[in-house]
Design a protein around this ligand. Structure first.
Ligand code: PLP
Length: 384
């Protein structure tokens, strides 16, 4: 491998003069009467982009999820069903509210929550189902919403990783009772840290708005008068200024993510033993995190992949460990796919300004690894 080659990061934001100008303007002028200008503009733009009625900018996706679950009244004794394949950020708010996360298995092709497993785990204590669109791949929202309707349980979308993804004409995050987004520095649209709560439910919006302002309702005339114990998960005007600029460029940011996934797919199409992020008919994958999953019979492991990428000076990230493999949750090996897939998968670099040469270097690592494994096993080699 080429040790002298420069390091390839797995993600990096795309910051242009527009972001710099807006952030500088917010820093210089966004105070006093103008201290919410960019926040209001960002929320309004995001709401329109998604096709929902309401959006509240937050300091993180985790905060948005925490407030949304609290607004649904989720607490002690309640259960919330979510996929075992998730970042811990999705489970943490459930735990903080005193409820129990119920981790279920994923589907082997989408790597997202298995609707049949959701239904199998519903009990009288189930108060919500969280659909996480992992790496930009889409959950089967038709089946999940149908289950939610039949059982009277809200379906929530964790769309932290799914800006740009669409399910049969509806944007990820816009279909559930509420949706949450992350604008962490690794995301397709970034504000450094940040998130968004979105909903088309007017009453839920009002509740979260009040909770988000330390429990102070917007129609409360008394100053410094909270009506409830709330949260402080706000986004700053300077972050929102970055968000406004990124939102103006959102189509290009998403298109570039999708383009990188296509490049990987083209370069690796001869290798039947690799699956990349799927895009089922009628859906669009926002391709936040191109990910390669290797068939088990070719014998390529996470550790081999990490070693090969590290030797090539490429920052590749492991597939999410099942949350039930972590020490704070009861082990649940029966979540077969959630436990199996990470052992033979890797997230690939995909930042906006990646060069053709960098994409080639990434695919070369995979090709040489797979070719070396296949050398002694001809039936695993590339197809004709
Ligand atoms: C699926 C998922 N949910 C939630 C989060 C939390 O986002 P944040 O870091 O903005 O709180 C992340 C962050 O990476 C995520 O990947």
């Amino acid at each position: 491998m080429n040790q002298a080659a420069s390091r390839i990061s797995y993600t990096r934001p795309s910051i242009t003069e527009l972001e710099v100008a807006y952030a500088a303007d917010a820093a210089a002028n966004g105070w006093g009467e103008r201290c919410y200008d960019y926040i209001v503009r960002f929320e309004d733009g995001f709401r329109k982009h998604l096709g929902v009625s309401h959006a509240i900018a937050t300091s993180s996706c985790t905060g948005a999820m925490h407030m949304g679950l609290a607004a649904l009244g989720i607490g002690k004794g309640d259960e919330v069903i979510l996929a075992d394949t998730n970042w811990i950020a999705t489970a943490a708010p459930i735990v903080h509210l005193g409820a129990t996360p119920v981790f279920v298995d994923i589907l082997p092709d989408s790597w997202c929550i298995d609707p049949a497993e959701v239904e199998r785990h519903i009990t009288p204590k189930t108060k919500a189902i969280i659909a996480t669109h992992i790496y930009g791949n889409l959950c089967d929202m038709d089946r999940l919403l149908n289950i939610g309707r039949r059982h009277g349980i809200p379906v929530i979308e964790d769309a932290a990783e799914a800006i740009g993804s669409e399910w049969h004409g509806r944007r990820a995050g816009s279909m559930g009772t509420f949706g949450t987004f992350s604008f962490h520095g690794t995301k397709t649209l970034t504000t450094g840290e940040g998130g968004m709560f979105v909903t088309s439910d007017d009453a839920l919006f009002e509740k979260v708005l009040t909770l988000s302002n330390h429990g102070r309702a917007r129609n409360q005339k008394k100053q410094f008068w909270p009506d409830d114990v709330g949260f402080k998960y706000k986004m700053s005007n300077i972050q929102a200024a970055l968000g406004c600029a990124q939102l103006e460029r959102i189509e290009g940011l998403i298109a570039r993510k999708r383009d990188i996934l296509v490049r990987y797919a083209e370069a690796l199409k001869a290798y039947q033993s690799i699956s990349l992020n799927p895009e089922s008919s009628g859906t669009i994958n926002g391709a936040w995190m191109p990910t390669a999953v290797f068939d088990r019979d070719i014998g390529i492991t996470r550790e081999m992949l990490q070693q090969a990428f590290s030797a090539a000076n490429i920052d590749a990230r492991v597939f999410f460990h099942p949350l039930t493999s972590l020490p704070m949750f009861p082990e649940r090996r029966s979540n077969r796919h959630a436990w199996d897939i990470p052992e033979r998968a890797i997230n690939l670099p995909s930042y906006h300004d990646m060069t053709e040469d960098e994409i080639r270097r990434v695919t070369e690592v995979i090709v040489s690894l797979i070719d070396s494994r296949a050398a002694g096993e001809p039936h695993l080699a590339k197809s004709a």
